[in-house]
Design a protein around this ligand. Structure first.
Ligand code: SF4
Ligand code: FES
Length: 235
């Protein structure tokens, strides 16, 4: 019996190994499905819903849905892209993301997705919440104003660094990432090379005194749109 599964995505005939998620199977075939909370090497949780596709006519999170033989997948459609735009716009409106003054501008996945999806301004009113900054550590800070609650740092700390040092506290719109010490980041074993620090897709976790080493205009997404690596087979 073959270990390959056949499927179509936006009409393109594809094939992928059994056991792949729809998001991974699409990437294997050079098709980029936008995503935020998914990160290679981390357990997918399906929380942001940016990767929503239609599988056999039903909406599903591509990062957590296993590929099945004969699946008909829709990805790059007006309906799905507008759903993704709405999610991204909501994230911009509910936090404090000031791209022109953010250290991650040009290498931020949220900003890069907004460009890719042609977002000009959120359809929702800005909420300007009051959020905390943990700058207690000598070389790392977490800025809650820019956190999109993707959980990548929490999972990376636990799954890749083997450290239970980060977690979520609060409920609903007040959920935020917090170090597991009453002294904040200063009280936990974290260093700039930890995977949990590199996992943040936005400018929420920043290594101090490094932010402008790569000049604006020469950063990851300044020249190459997010997803281009998948589409060119270089991912
Ligand atoms: S700090 Fe960064 S990685 Fe962690 S949950 Fe917030 S946005 Fe995601
Ligand atoms: S990337 Fe799939 S739900 Fe977030």
């Amino acid at each position: 019996m073959s270990d390959k599964l056949g499927f179509t995505i936006d009409g393109k005939e594809c094939e992928a190994d059994k056991g792949r998620s729809i998001l991974e199977a699409a990437a294997d075939n050079g098709v980029y499905i936008p995503h935020l909370c998914f990160m290679k090497k981390l357990r997918p949780v399906g929380s942001c819903r940016v990767c929503t596709i239609k599988a056999n006519g039903r909406n599903a999170a591509a990062c957590t849905t296993p590929l099945a033989d004969g699946m008909v997948i829709e990805n790059n459609t007006d309906e799905l892209n507008d759903l993704r735009r709405a999610i991204i716009e909501m994230l911009f409106a509910e936090g404090n993301h000031f791209c022109p003054s953010c250290e991650r501008s040009g290498s931020c996945e949220l900003q890069a997705l907004a460009y890719r999806l042609n977002i000009m301004a959120p359809r929702f009113p800005y909420m300007f919440p009051l959020r905390k900054l943990d700058a207690t550590h000598k070389s790392i800070f977490i800025d809650g104003n820019r956190c999109i609650q993707c959980g990548r740092c929490v999972r990376a700390a636990s799954e890749l660094d083997g450290k239970e040092i980060l977690g979520f506290i609060g409920r609903g719109g007040k959920v935020r990432v917090k170090a597991s010490s009453t002294r904040g980041l200063a009280g936990v074993d974290i260093s700039p090379n930890d995977e949990c620090v590199k996992a943040c897709p936005v400018g929420s976790i920043i290594v101090k005194e490094t932010a402008y080493r790569v000049p604006i205009g020469q950063r990851q997404y300044d020249a190459t749109p997010i997803g281009a690596d998948v589409e060119s087979g270089k991912a």
